[in-house]
Design a protein around this ligand. Structure first.
Ligand code: LMR
Length: 394
């Protein structure tokens, strides 16, 4: 039977992660997979997370099923954090997802039931998993222009030409903040324009919110998603706690559906629950419970916000340092955009052969489209990294 199968293409991010792990060279630099790293190059367990985890160990009496919707208090705390009360809670229904990807998958499945074969517009470029996820549930992915490869900023005019032409049958997938892979983001004024366009066209927004707090702060990063969900009658948001809580492998996420009224929200909720039951039956709870404890406890929440700020500011500092090091060495402002981008990533615009050379000759790993994870920049070797990059570019 298996002979009927063809070998599937694996996601380039995880292929690169395996290559990096297998590379025996000392001093290798990992700018690949999007995980935060501290100055020692370690992806830490946050102190707030450790404390919440300890509380679970000390007090949990059971590991019995939570129910199909998962940890409701976790969902409620996330809705409050991400949406900040801009939509009446009567219109909102949530289920937990296995991470942000799990949340997206539930939402896309429901979308595909509502609009079999419907078009879903995805930014060009986007996180490489968006496209296959849409295809897997039978939606039809289509690109909308997003990035100007010359300026390395958002090509907003080109984007709006397509967005303004969407129909009520179309879905648009928006990165809530910290665009992956480019690092180029919409300004608040641009979010306002996108929201007004969706109001006009009736196109349906699905917001992927995987990096809340990694860009300009929790409130600033929430501007776009809040603007969108408060402007249109129906929308969806996939929230991930993987990055901002450092809970990668715990798979904590929330699928949020916002309907026009409470009755409609109940219908969407039943569909989300039906998808979960038929796929994984229940979502994991350990990470969800950690986040719930942190967000509901004033002290732990303050500690987490401070840890999040530290991660964010470290990434911003690394951006500035790399941009400066390249500017000093090359006498050009060509890479100043690295400091202007925000979030975890920047798309450098290097040719594939340059990326390959950096990997093979210098053990510098980045995704083959030249996306770098800025948290992977070794702070004490920024000059060396700039030298290597400039030498490879030639
Ligand atoms: C990334 O983009 O590197 C991260 O979101 C990890 C992943 O799942 O792809």
């Amino acid at each position: 039977m298996f002979e009927t199968l063809k070998k599937a293409t694996l996601d380039k991010i995880f292929v690169l992660m395996a290559e990096y792990a297998a590379d025996p060279r000392d001093g290798k630099i990992d700018l690949g997979v999007g995980v935060y790293k501290d100055p020692k190059g370690v992806t830490p367990v946050l102190n707030s997370v450790r404390k919440a985890e300890q509380r679970i160990l000390d007090t949990a009496k059971t590991k019995v099923y939570k129910g199909v919707v998962g940890n409701k208090e976790f969902s409620a705390a996330v809705v409050d954090l991400a949406l900040g009360g801009v939509v009446d809670l009567k219109r909102i229904r949530c289920v937990n997802g296995a991470g942000g990807t799990g949340a997206l998958s539930i939402l896309m499945n429901v979308l595909s039931r509502a609009r079999p074969g419907g078009r879903i517009f995805i930014s060009d470029p986007s996180w490489p998993n968006h496209w296959p996820m849409a295809e897997l549930v039978g939606l039809k992915p289509v690109y909308y222009p997003y990035f100007d490869h010359q300026t390395r900023l958002v090509d907003f005019d080109a984007m709006m030409k397509v967005v303004d032409g969407l129909t009520p049958d179309d879905t648009i997938l928006l990165h809530g903040c910290c665009h992956n892979p480019t690092g180029a983001n919409l300004t608040p004024a641009q979010w306002d324009i996108v929201a007004a366009s969706l109001q006009r066209t009736g196109a349906f927004p699905l917001v992927d919110l995987a990096y809340l707090g990694f860009g300009d702060g929790l409130e600033a990063d929430a501007y776009g998603v809040r603007k969108i969900v408060s402007s249109v009658p129906e929308s969806m948001v996939a929230f991930s706690a993987s990055k901002n809580f450092g809970l990668y492998r715990e798979r904590a996420g929330v699928a949020i559906a916002i309907a026009k009224d409470s009755d409609s929200a109940d219908v969407v909720s039943s569909q989300m629950q039906n998808v979960i039951r038929a796929t994984i039956s229940q979502t994991p709870d350990h990470g969800a419970e950690i986040v719930r404890i942190i967000l509901e406890d004033m002290d732990l929440r303050a500690e987490w916000e401070a840890e999040l700020k530290e991660m964010r500011e470290r990434m911003q500092r690394l951006r500035v340092k790399l941009a400066e090091a390249i500017r000093q060495r090359s006498n050009s402002k060509d890479f100043d955009f690295i400091a202007e981008h925000s979030g975890m990533f920047s798309l450098l615009g290097l040719k594939p052969e340059v990326v390959e050379k950096l990997k093979l000759e210098d053990a510098v790993y980045m995704i083959n489209d030249s996306r770098i994870n800025v948290a992977g920049i070794p702070e004490d070797r920024v000059g060396e990294l700039a030298d290597k990059m400039l030498a490879a570019i030639g």
